[in-house]
Design a protein around this ligand. Structure first.
Ligand code: ZN
Length: 243
């Protein structure tokens, strides 16, 4: 009924396949919204098992998953199948690396970033720009989050904004800095909204969202392609293996 999606948009969602990289706080929120919306198929990739410390923000898991140390991708898939049995859900218990990323994004219409480290995002960016696959960057630590849809060819890529990965010490992870549990579902929800627009063929103009739910701060920053970007302009894919 929603005119922004409409019948045609819903049909397009049904024919779409998404890949979520990471089944933590962001990935759980993204997966359940995509599955409830009637996506065609979904691939979930994560190498970790559920731990009790995850349950406060990873909304697909419970105490029993933590007790049994279930692999996150599999625990998420079994919950999601109960939500909507018509969605094809493929859990993969593995680490996403530069060596397997191109195979993982084969046949994927949109990639959602739900990783917990900056290095993997540069690998995703290289692979998606190389193969012209849209992806939605998202991250949160503490109370601050960022979201940016990346449309290779028409918009800026991650390296247009952040040319080099910062040292890992500069970006405290959730394990070190903690995270307010309202943050990952909020960021994940905004990433899924961007993904819907990409999948129905009506993507938003390039932008970066900078969000701090604790301080009620929402900022939209207009962004554009960097003409000298190593990745999308010079097509130098430094985070992928040289073949
Ligand atoms: Zn770029």
């Amino acid at each position: 009924m929603l005119p922004e999606i409409g019948h045609d948009g819903q049909e397009r969602l049904l024919r779409s396949k998404a890949l979520i990289i990471g089944s933590g706080g962001l990935g759980c929120a993204q997966a359940q919204l995509l599955v409830r919306a009637g996506l065609g198929s979904l691939v979930l990739v994560d190498s970790d098992v559920v731990e009790i410390e995850n349950v406060h923000r990873q909304v697909l898991f419970d105490e029993e998953d933590a007790k049994l140390r279930r692999p996150k991708a599999e625990a998420a898939a079994s919950k999601l199948r109960r939500v909507n049995s018509e969605v094809g859900i493929e859990p993969m218990v593995m680490k996403v690396t530069a060596d397997n990323i191109l195979e993982l994004i084969e046949g994927i219409d949109v990639v959602l970033d739900a990783t917990d480290n900056i290095e993997t995002r540069y690998v995703i960016n290289d692979a998606c720009v190389l193969r012209n696959t849209p992806w939605v960057y998202g991250g949160i630590s503490g109370t601050q989050g960022l979201v940016m849809p990346v449309l290779p060819q028409s918009g800026p890529c991650l390296r247009c904004l952040f040319p080099e990965p910062p040292p890992s010490s500069a970006l405290p992870t959730v394990d070190v800095a903690g995270v307010v549990n309202t943050g990952p579902p909020l960021i994940g929800s905004l990433q899924v909204t961007a993904a819907f627009r990409i999948l129905i063929g009506s993507p938003a103009d390039p932008h970066l969202l900078s969000i701090d739910p604790w301080r009620s701060s929402f900022r939209r920053i207009e962004v554009s392609r960097e003409p000298s970007c190593r990745c999308c302009a010079q097509r130098s894919f430094e985070f992928l293996p040289v073949d």
